[in-house]
Ligand binder design. Sequence first.
Ligand code: CA
Length: 315
Amino acid sequence: MGDLSRTPAAETLSQLGQTLQSLKTRLENLEQYSRLNSSSQTNSLKDLLQSKIDDLERQVLSRVNTLEEGKGGPKNDTEERVKIESALTSLHQRISELEKGQKDNRPGDKFQLTFPLRTNYMYAKVKKSLPEMYAFTVCMWLRSSAAPGVGTPFSYAVPGQANELVLIEWGNNPMEILINDKVAKLPFVINDGKWHHICITWTTRDGVWEAYQDGTQGGTGENLAPYHPIKPQGVLVLGQEQDTLGGGFDATQAFVGELAHFNIWDRKLTPGEVYNLATCSSKALSGNVIAWAESHIEIYGGATKWTFEACRQIN
Ligand SMILES: [Ca+2]
């Protein structure tokens, strides 16, 4: 929904600003990669791109100032906008090339998803559905500094029930898990801009759940959708909350940040198994229902895949 007080020119500028922000995030990822794998070629390209982004930022800012002072004819607006847009397009292409070169060299599970903006169109889709489940454990690494609320790391919708299985932190509420639209409040505190490992286990018997943050159990409860099996043949989305099967996204509920090693098992993991995952032990398991693999995840709307090594990432 547009803000009615904004002029069309200001709207365009705000879009350019968002594009710029997303390019900056990708460049930061490149920086992190070049720190871990020092390559002088990557570094000099990175410096070049950084200075271009700084330039563009100055141009966008100066346009904002002109607009605020009420100056600038429509002809000028168009010319400058075309210039900025073509510069952004060329930056986008060069960053994509760098990302591609980096992607060719990594194993299929050493990646993360980045959702740099709160939008209703940026998301990732897991290519397979969940089976019917009487118990589950879902685990993932998350990094976010979004406030208020990190949004929706994942949502699973089935025909007739959009909230079959959802993890969401919305507004000033604590993070919640929804099963068949029933809610349990979780004791997670993760929006400090650092990587955190979280796991939630659940069994249909008495609806017993447990929540683990960074390998330690921080909460447990019961009566969460007891005796309701998780339904099969749904759509599993990362980064957005579904109001309809595979859609009905709401920007205010979008996840902003980074997500990796999203795994699901059809049983309750033991505390030892969760600890192994959170500490990247060689004994750590992959999900038997959903295993984190690049070939299983499709990205949309500007969400990006980037190299990630759990427990070795710089916080
Ligand atoms: Ca919603």
